[in-house]
Ligand binder design. Structure first.
Ligand SMILES: [Zn+2]
Length: 464
């Protein structure tokens, strides 16, 4: 037997490292360079984590040997194996399970079932906020978001700690450890429910998680809070719960209101469907679903009456969502779940968040729709005035039913921005979310990705 009792464990961690490296090498099967780039960074971070685990284990063995070498009176003649078990069995076990979880996480990120095109839905928002940190999607059992600090650094911290303590039975005080928690590249993970990966009705929820990431890394909620002027303030939804919990709840509602403005009317419908499928519980992070739905319904009520000339897309999407949400809200009111006090607090907060998000230099749904109409208007003109190889990739302005017809009946996939597309096709989802239709939506997004790349290529000066 080897004189290193942890040699097999270390070997196993090495295998895991190799497997992560192999998965990174296989990323070239993904057709999008940005997605490959993000995943390669995530994989690189896990490799660093595994490397750290390996050196923690090696150092534990060294420390064990130091204990064995102590004069017999202090080491009680234990073998290396016994010393490791006595002092560090928990750390060794945690090293092992952490290494396993790093590898498994990367599999769930690089081989998950979510369409790669959905990355671009979030990249679009992140770009607009000037946020360039990489993020990856991970298959999981819930929607959530984490930073690399949370998934790697904070997991390794407690494993490194024992190395900074004096060697048992000695008073050596200063740390002799060579192992530290690695510097990982700041990155983010957005988890989605595995079974819902190909359910377009829940894709808008990813936008909510995207705003969480922006909030964590750029402090959006704090910026918004600072912008509030009397009488606007954070809502007090349950006085008995205290300021901290009410603040956390406000943060959650903030992500919903921001997502509704960015995504458009169908965000509210998605949220409702999500709550229907997933047994929703109030927690210290998540307020009652009634207050979340009330807040996104505010957006629908506010948009109602907004007319965008030459397009019926907003009107049709609102026409679909409003009655459904209105009925849901009235149930809460009748049941006494939404009191006048609560709705007053939420109305006040909605206004504050809305004016903050409108002050940001990002394209919200209404502006996105207008932008599409303006671009489309220019299409014919451009064909006449520019040389053919420079004609941008522009479609004429389609009406709501025309898009439905193309995508759902004729299998023609226009290059629509994902928010515009989903606001149309999900508005007829009663008829059109049968199995297989998500592939059509993904095909539209694919085309949109090509269009974006094309537009960028022709608008930036040519390098020669
Ligand atoms: Zn949330």
């Amino acid at each position: 037997m080897s004189n290193n009792p942890l040699s097999s464990t270390i070997e196993h961690v090495e295998e895991l490292e190799l497997e992560v490296r192999r998965s990174v090498a296989e990323l070239n099967k993904i057709p999008y360079s940005k997605v490959r780039h993000n995943l390669a960074i995530a994989g690189g971070n896990y490799e660093k984590g595994l490397l750290a685990i390996k050196s923690i284990l090696r150092e534990l063995v060294e420390r064990g040997r130091a204990v064995v070498a102590l004069p017999a009176s202090r080491s009680r003649n234990l073998t290396l194996h016994e010393v490791l078990r006595k002092h560090w069995s928990i750390t060794v076990k945690r090293c092992y399970s952490t290494a396993e979880s790093f590898r498994a996480s990367f599999d769930l990120e690089s081989q998950g079932g979510i369409p790669w095109e959905l990355y671009y839905l979030l990249i679009d928002i992140f770009d607009q906020f000037g946020f360039s940190e990489p993020f990856v999607f991970r298959e999981a059992d819930q929607f959530m978001n984490e930073t690399s600090k949370e998934t790697i650094v904070e997991v390794l911290d407690p494993l490194v700690k024992p190395l900074q303590e004096p060697i048992p039975s000695t008073v050596e005080s200063k740390s002799a450890s060579k192992t530290t928690v690695p510097d990982v590249i700041p990155a983010n993970t957005i988890s989605y429910i595995a079974g819902e990966a190909r359910n377009p009705l829940l894709w808008p929820v990813l936008v909510h998680e995207g705003f969480h990431v922006l909030d964590k890394r750029l402090g959006l909620f704090d910026q918004m809070e600072k912008s509030l002027v009397h009488p606007h303030r954070l809502p007090n939804l349950d006085k008995a719960k205290g300021a901290d919990i009410n603040r956390r709840w406000s943060r959650e509602i903030f992500q919903d209101i921001a997502a509704a403005h960015y995504f458009g009317p169908l965000y509210s419908f998605s949220l409702l469907k999500y709550f229907e499928r997933l047994p929703y519980l109030q927690t210290i992070e998540h307020p009652e679903m009634s207050v979340r739905l009330y807040s996104v319904n505010k957006y629908l009520e506010e948009q109602h009456g907004a007319t965008i000339s030459n397009s019926d897309i907003l009107t049709r999407a609102l026409g679909f969502c409003r009655p459904i949400l209105r009925e849901e809200i009235s149930k809460y009111v009748t049941a006494g779940e939404l009191t006048d006090d609560t709705t007053r607090e939420l109305d006040m907060f909605y206004q504050g968040v809305t004016s903050w998000i409108r002050s940001q230099e990002i394209i919200l749904f209404e502006a996105r729709l207008n932008q599409y109409l303006v671009e489309s208007d220019r299409a014919r003109e451009m064909v006449l005035t520019t040389t053919i190889d420079k004609v941008p990739y522009v479609d004429p302005a389609f009406k709501f039913e025309e898009v439905v017809d193309m995508v759902c009946n004729f299998g023609v996939y226009p290059a629509f921005h994902p928010t515009l597309l989903l606001n149309i096709v999900l508005s007829v989802s009663d008829q059109y979310t049968p199995q297989g239709f998500q592939e059509r939506y993904v095909d539209c997004m694919k085309k949109w990705c090509v269009k974006e790349a094309w537009n960028q290529a022709i608008s930036s000066p040519r390098k020669s």
